[in-house]
Design a protein around this ligand. Sequence first.
Ligand SMILES: NC(=O)c1ccc[n+]([C@@H]2O[C@H](COP(=O)([O-])OP(=O)(O)OC[C@H]3O[C@@H](n4cnc5c(N)ncnc54)[C@H](OP(=O)(O)O)[C@@H]3O)[C@@H](O)[C@H]2O)c1
Length: 335
Amino acid sequence: MGDIHQITLARRPQGVPVPEDFALVRAPMPKPGPGAMLVKMRVGSSDPAIRGFLDDRPSYLPPVAIGAAIAGMSLGEVVESNNPDWPVGTLVRAFATWSDHYVIDGNALGLENVTPAPGVPLQHYMGAMGPVGLTAWVGLFAVGLAKPGETVLVSAAAGATGSTVVQLAKAAGCRVIGMAGGPDKAAQVLALGADVAIDYRAEADIGAAVAAAAPDGVDVYFDNVGGDLLDAVLPLMAMRGRVALCGMIAQYNDADHPPGIRQLWQLVVNRVRIEGFITYDFPECLAEAQATLDRLYAEGKLKPLENLHHGFESLTGAFIALMEGRTVGKTLVLV
Ligand SMILES: NC(=O)c1ccc[n+]([C@@H]2O[C@H](COP(=O)([O-])OP(=O)(O)OC[C@H]3O[C@@H](n4cnc5c(N)ncnc54)[C@H](OP(=O)(O)O)[C@@H]3O)[C@@H](O)[C@H]2O)c1
């Protein structure tokens, strides 16, 4: 077999990543050792968490070394296997690298078998019917304990996770308020079924806008953003409300200057629980979560929102657009 293509880290980004931070290189085709598999990438995933791995600082995974392939989730097909549990032809989702072919073994982080239902586009299993949907479900129900009739507020509501949270929360009988940047994204949030969409960029006082939309307080805040929005929302939580901290994309491009939180006292006043989570810390929930996603999709209640790019080399541009805040839905690359 010939060479493979990889996207490597050329230098550490300063602020929003730019093309020069990355390099498209060729490398020899890797050989799977005992127990390992060679996987051909079919769907590449662009995730905000990758921005954290590009800085030389601790994240929940080690930093990517200069010259190394970028680390990220991928959905691919096993094309050579030394592991009987993962035979040739199996579709697998796992934490891998930005390589059009890569070697993993049975212990790869997040390794899962993907069995697409007839007629369902494969890329949905990297989006709302995959890690994105699992994250939305875990944050909403395992961490946020959302119940029918409660008010759920979600930030980056037109993004990958946020757009899925809106739909899962509506399907569960919650009242849903989505915050998104710009009128087009706000319109998209309403089209997904949210009861209220707030264009936070157009609001001089975002706290007043949320308070007007949630007069009885917010029972569950599903936060993708952190920063000033989180600070504005904390005093607006209902008694015994829950804040599910999914991510803090507002500070990923400028990790040296994290914004301050001044409203923690309100957690005491209203007995609010705030909890950060990582989806794969909840293995006991994932089968139920996946079954719910599959059912809602089949019932037409979950419509995966995606922006699709084509060709392995488009991963870089797709990631930059994501980190510029320009995207709607899940950013995926069809290889
Ligand atoms: N805990 C976990 O296991 C887990 C798993 C997956 C993802 N996450 C986290 O979930 C969050 C959402 O991830 P996602 O994959 O669903 O991505 P996403 O929401 O599609 O991310 C992009 C959106 O984030 C918003 N954003 C707000 N401030 C931004 C800034 N300073 N720069 C760029 N974008 C900004 C933008 O929407 P607006 O224009 O509406 O602001 C942007 O379109 C991230 O924080 C991610 O790290 C966590």
